[in-house]
Design a protein around this ligand. Structure first.
Ligand SMILES: Nc1ncnc2c1ncn2[C@@H]1O[C@H](COP(=O)(O)OP(=O)(O)OP(=O)(O)O)[C@@H](O)[C@H]1O
Ligand SMILES: [Mg+2]
Length: 696
C-alpha cells in the first residue's frame, strides 16, 4: 500500500519532531505559508516534494529562532497576520509591524487602561473615541475628564460640571420613590456608611413627604435632590452614643459630597436623558473631594442602570462611559470603621449595564487602587508604559494572566509601548506593540465650555410659596371629582391627527389599564408590531413598564393621557407605579369580592394613608399595603400600630419581595408582637389568582 512520505519508517520520527517544534511556535503555525508547506509535506507521496517542503519549514523555524535571539521579547509569539484583522478597530501596531484590528463590540465587557504619567493613556482614549464614532456613529460617548485632556475632541459637546447640577429625578421608566430608595444602599456603601442606612431611609421618608406636600399645595413638582436628604438628616432626632456617631458620619459624608459647589443641590438639574444622548466631555476639574468624585461616578452609572433594567440584552456597544484618571472615581471603598468594605455595588451596576450595551472604559496610573469588583468585571486591558510597584504589577499580572518573566518585563516598557489583552478576540493571547499614532493637529478646534442647561437653584422643600398656598386648588374642589382611571377614551374624537401603531398601543393601555402586556400584544397585528410600538412608547415616555413577578404591566404616563386629551388619574400621586397597583387591587376587589373597599384611607395626624381598606359584612376591617420594594417598611408599619384592622396584608410586587418583607419584620425587634401577628405577606400574581378562584 502506498503511504505518504511523512509516514514512512524513514521519515516518521523526523517529521513528528519538526511538526512538534513548529506547533510550539504558535504564531508560525497560523502563518498561511507554513500551513501550505505543512499540508504538502504531510500528504505528498513524492520524495522530492517532501524534502523541499521540510527544508523550507526548517528554514522558517531557524529564522524565527534567530529573530527571537536578536529581539528578546517575553510576549512572543506575536499575533499572526491571519488572525490580526478580526474587526474594524485598529488597536495596536505590533512589534513586528503587523497592525492589529479587533471587533469594537468586544470592548462591551469593559476596558481598563493602565500606565504611568505621560505614557499615552489619554491619547489612546482620544484615538478610540474617533475610531468608534467612525465605525458606528449611533454609539454615544460620555467622557468624565478630570484633567481637561479631551478639550480638543471635535463633534463632542463640552460642558464644565462646575456650572452643572444634578437632581435625583429618575429615568422615565422608574418611579422617583423607588429610584431614590434603591439609591440609598448604594450611597451608603459608596461612602462607607452602611451602619447609617436606616437613618438615610428616614431622611428620604422626610424629603419625599415634603416633596409630596409641596406638590399638593402648589401643584408644582419641586423635584428632589441630595441636599434635600442632607437637610432631612438634620430633622432626625438621635440619642445614644452609637447612633449619634452614625448620624454624624452620615451628615459629614453628605456635606463633603455637597461641598461648596451646587453639584447636587438644585430644584431642577441636568436632564440625564438628554445628556446621555449626546457625545459629551464633562470637564470635572472642579471635583476635588474623593467622596464627591465617587458619588458622581456611581450616580451616573446608577441612573443608566435603572434605565437599562428593562432594555433587552445585547452584546453590541450602544453607549460608552469613559473615566480618565479614574482611581478617585471608581477607587477602593473604605468604610466608617474598618477602612475596607468587602463588597461594592458598582460591580452589580456594571454587570447589568454591559448586558444592555453600556461599556465602561477607565484609565488610571494606579491599578491597585481600583475597586476590586470593577477590576474583576473588566475583561479587556491595555498596559501602556512602564508600570512600577509590586501592588500595581500584581493586579496587572492577575488581570492579564502574565508569567513572572512577563511581569518583570513591564517596568522596562517605554512611552507608548503597549501590551493588550482582549478577551474573545481571535488571537487569545497578549499582543505587544506600540499605540497607533494620534495626530493632534486633527483636533485643534477650540471647544468652548458651555453651561448648557437651565438649572433651577435650590431652596428648601419646606419653603412653599405663599401666594400659591393661598389659592383655592381646583383639584381639591368636591365638584371636580378625581379623574377615573377607567374613563374610556374614544380615539375618533380624542386621538392625534396621525394615529400610528404607537398611539394604537398607548390608547389600548389607557382604555384597558389593568390587563397584562400580553393582552396588549394580542390587540396588535403582530408581535413584531407590538414590540416596536412598545419600545418606542417607552422611549418617548408614553408608557412605563412595570414588572410584577412574571407579569408585565404597561402604565400610560401623564404625557400619554395628555396626548389623548384626557385627565391623568394619578395627578396627585407621588409614585405612578404605586398608585397603579392600588388601583389594580381596588378594581379587582370591587369586581370579585362582596367587601366594601376604600382606597387611600387617612390614618393618624401626619397625613399618612393606608393604601386599601376592606370591610366585611360583620364590620371586620383589613388593610392592604402595596409593597413594591423593601424600602420604607418600618414607617409603613408604625402607622398601622393601634389601628382596628384585624389583618394587615403586605401585597408585594413579587415572591422575592414578599419573602424579603417577611424576613425584615421577623427580624425587626421594636414592633409590638400583636401587630406583627396580624401581618400576612403575599405577592400580586398569587393574590390575583387566589381571589379570582375564590370568586369562581
Ligand atoms: N498615540 C500617540 N500619538 C502621538 N503622541 C502621543 C501618543 N500617545 C502619547 N503621546 C505623547 O505623549 C504625551 C502624553 O500622553 P498622554 O497625555 O496620553 O499621557 P497619559 O498616560 O494620559 O498621562 P497622564 O497619566 O499624566 O494623564 C502626549 O502629550 C503626546 O505628546
Ligand atoms: Mg492622561
Amino acid at each position: 500500500m502506498l503511504i505518504p512520505c511523512s509516514q514512512t519508517r524513514e521519515h516518521q520520527d523526523e517529521w513528528l519532531a519538526l511538526e512538534g517544534r513548529l506547533r510550539k511556535k504558535e504564531r508560525l503555525i497560523h502563518d498561511p505559508t507554513v500551513q501550505k508547506l505543512l499540508k504538502t509535506a504531510q500528504g505528498t507521496f513524492n520524495e522530492w516534494a517532501y524534502k523541499l517542503a521540510t527544508e523550507r519549514l526548517q528554514l522558517i523555524l531557524k529564522i524565527g529562532n534567530i529573530n527571537e535571539m536578536r529581539q528578546p521579547d517575553e510576549f512572543r509569539p506575536y499575533c499572526p497576520a491571519s488572525l490580526s484583522k478580526s474587526g474594524d478597530l485598529h488597536l495596536i501596531d505590533q512589534m513586528d509591524g503587523q497592525q492589529i484590528f479587533i471587533n469594537h463590540n468586544k470592548l462591551v465587557t469593559g476596558l481598563g487602561i493602565f500606565g504611568p504619567q505621560g505614557a499615552g493613556k489619554s491619547y489612546s482614549i482620544i484615538d478610540f473615541c474617533n475610531k468608534i464614532l467612525r465605525i458606528d456613529p449611533a454609539i454615544k460617548i460620555t467622557i468624565v475628564d478630570p484633567k481637561g485632556a479631551f478639550s480638543n475632541l471635535v463633534s463632542f459637546l463640552h460642558s464644565n460640571i462646575a456650572y452643572a447640577s444634578f437632581d435625583l429625578m429618575s429615568p422615565s421608566n422608574v418611579s422617583i420613590e423607588i429610584f431614590i430608595y434603591e439609591l440609598m444602599p448604594i450611597l451608603a456603601n459608596t461612602l462607607g456608611l452602611i451602619y447609617a442606612l436606616d437613618m438615610l431611609y428616614q431622611a428620604v421618608d422626610i424629603a419625599v413627604g415634603q416633596r409630596r406636600q409641596y406638590m399638593q399645595q402648589t401643584g408644582i413638582d419641586p423635584g428632589i435632590c441630595l441636599k434635600d436628604i442632607r437637610e432631612s438628616l438634620n430633622l432626625i432626632k438621635v440619642s445614644g452614643f452609637r447612633k449619634t456617631g452614625y448620624h454624624d458620619a452620615a451628615t459629614t459624608a453628605l456635606s463633603l459630597i455637597l461641598g461648596k459647589q451646587k453639584l447636587f443641590a438644585c430644584r431642577k438639574g441636568i436632564s440625564l436623558d438628554w445628556l446621555f444622548n449626546q457625545n459629551v466631555v464633562l470637564n470635572a476639574r472642579c471635583l476635588t473631594d474623593d467622596m464627591e468624585c465617587r458619588f458622581f461616578a456611581i450616580y451616573l452609572l446608577y441612573w443608566l442602570y435603572q434605565q437599562a433594567r428593562y432594555i433587552p440584552e445585547t452584546n453590541r456597544i450602544k453607549h460608552v462611559i469613559i473615566i480618565d484618571d479614574a482611581s478617585r472615581f471608581i477607587g477602593t471603598i473604605g468604610n466608617q470603621f474598618d477602612g475596607h468594605s468587602k463588597t461594592s455595588p458598582i460591580g452589580h451596576l456594571l454587570a447589568t449595564l454591559r448586558s444592555s450595551g453600556v461599556c465602561l472604559i477607565y484609565a488610571t496610573q494606579l491599578p491597585s487602587q481600583v475597586d476590586p469588583s470593577v477590576l474583576s468585571l473588566t475583561r479587556n486591558a491595555l498596559v501602556i508604559g512602564n508600570i512600577n510597584g509590586e501592588d500595581n504589577l500584581r493586579v496587572i499580572q492577575n488581570m492579564l494572566s502574565l508569567s513572572d518573566k512577563q511581569k518583570v518585563a513591564i517596568p522596562k516598557f517605554k512611552q507608548r509601548e503597549i501590551l493588550a489583552f482582549i478577551s474573545g478576540a481571535d488571537w487569545p493571547h497578549h499582543m505587544h506593540g506600540w499605540t497607533p499614532t494620534v495626530n493632534m493637529t486633527d483636533y485643534t478646534t477650540d471647544n468652548p465650555l458651555k453651561p448648557v442647561i437651565d438649572i433651577a437653584p435650590w431652596h428648601s422643600l419646606a419653603d412653599i410659596p405663599q401666594q400659591q398656598t393661598a389659592k383655592p386648588k381646583p383639584s381639591e374642589d368636591s365638584s371636580s371629582p378625581k379623574p377615573s382611571i377607567l374613563t374610556i377614551v374614544d380615539h375618533e374624537t380624542s386621538a392625534p391627527k396621525t394615529f400610528g401603531v404607537v398611539d394604537k398601543l398607548v390608547l389600548h393601555c389607557i382604555n384597558n389599564p389593568f390587563v397584562k402586556a400580553s393582552d396588549h400584544a394580542n390587540h396588535m397585528n403582530s408581535d413584531r408590531e407590538y414590540d416596536a410600538a412598545k419600545n418606542q412608547a417607552v422611549q418617548d415616555g408614553l408608557l412605563i413598564q412595570s414588572a410584577s413577578g412574571k407579569s408585565l404591566y404597561l402604565i400610560p404616563s401623564k404625557l400619554a393621557y395628555a396626548k389623548f386629551g384626557t385627565s391623568f388619574p394619578y395627578e396627585r400621586a407621588v409614585s405612578i407605579e404605586h398608585s397603579f397597583y392600588i388601583q389594580l387591587a381596588v378594581h379587582t376587589l370591587r369586581r370579585v369580592s362582596p367587601l366594601k373597599v376604600q382606597a387611600e384611607t387617612p390614618v393618624g395626624t401626619k397625613g399618612a394613608t393606608i393604601d386599601i381598606t376592606t370591610t366585611d359584612k360583620s364590620g371586620n376591617m383589613s388593610a392592604y399595603e402595596i409593597t413594591l420594594s423593601t424600602s420604607n417598611l418600618s414607617s409603613n408599619a408604625s402607622k398601622l400600630q393601634d389601628t382596628v384592622y384585624k389583618k394587615i396584608i403586605w401585597l408585594c410586587r413579587d415572591a422575592d419581595t414578599a419573602k424579603a418583607v417577611k424576613a425584615y419584620f421577623n427580624k425587626l425587634q421594636n414592633l409590638p408582637l400583636e401587630l406583627v401577628a396580624k401581618f400576612e405577606y403575599i405577592h400580586f400574581s398569587k393574590w390575583l389568582s387566589q381571589i379570582e378562584k375564590r370568586k369562581g
